[in-house]
Design a protein around this ligand. Sequence first.
Ligand SMILES: Cc1cc2nc3c(=O)[nH]c(=O)nc-3n(C[C@H](O)[C@H](O)[C@H](O)COP(=O)(O)O)c2cc1C
Length: 237
Amino acid sequence: MTGAEMETQMFEGKDNTMTVDEALRTRRSVRGYTDQQVPEATMREIFEVAQTTPSNCNIQPWIPHVVSGAALERLGQRMVEAAKQGVPPDPDFFAARKFTGTYRDRQIDAAVQLYGAMGIDRNDRPRRDWAYRRNLEFFGAPHAVFIFMHSDFEAREAVDLGMYAQSLMLAMTARGIASCAQGALGLYCGITREELGLDDSHRLIFGISFGYEDTTYHANQARVGRATLGESVVFHD
Ligand SMILES: Cc1cc2nc3c(=O)[nH]c(=O)nc-3n(C[C@H](O)[C@H](O)[C@H](O)COP(=O)(O)O)c2cc1C
């Protein structure tokens, strides 16, 4: 699509009325969904508008695979089974990392909020494992997008994929569609590639589950905060 065609499409008056600020402040990770499907036209709008994401030299390195229905169910079942049987994950990028200092504090706070909302005690290993496995079932969402890039690419292109993911999530938010970015969906890359019929030239960064929020689901009551401006941003004069 040419730049001019993209602009025409962008200003055709799509059915979303949120400002960017509203979408940024409204989006949050949702971990419980209804089984209502996102209409195909809405799905196309979201992925079309996300194509406007900037990237280094405009190479647009993201390769999103959107999975729904029986394909999603099969993939979820295989990942959950692997986790239950203790099959070691084979992520392309995310090795397990131990956070320290402030980063560890933030990680703990997020876990406290989530497990607190779900009524899971910190030391309750079986229920924590169950909560983790819900990642692999997409938290009950009817759709997930797996974001791949070519195996030649590294951190610079991964940044573009991160921006693309945020574009997608904001476009979803503006249309009342909830989402959760999940590193956990990049854990079983072998299974995922196999199910999607992809070869090793596709490297998986992470996935995003999406659909309509089940507002009654306990995990969705969790809220996490952010560092203040003073703790985060350094202004130079
Ligand atoms: C790249 C990335 C990977 C993430 N992986 C997971 C995940 O595997 N499971 C999960 O429940 N949440 C995951 N999250 C969601 C974060 O926990 C969440 O964004 C963070 O706690 C801030 O909360 P908020 O999204 O509600 O604002 C991930 C987010 C990002 C951006």
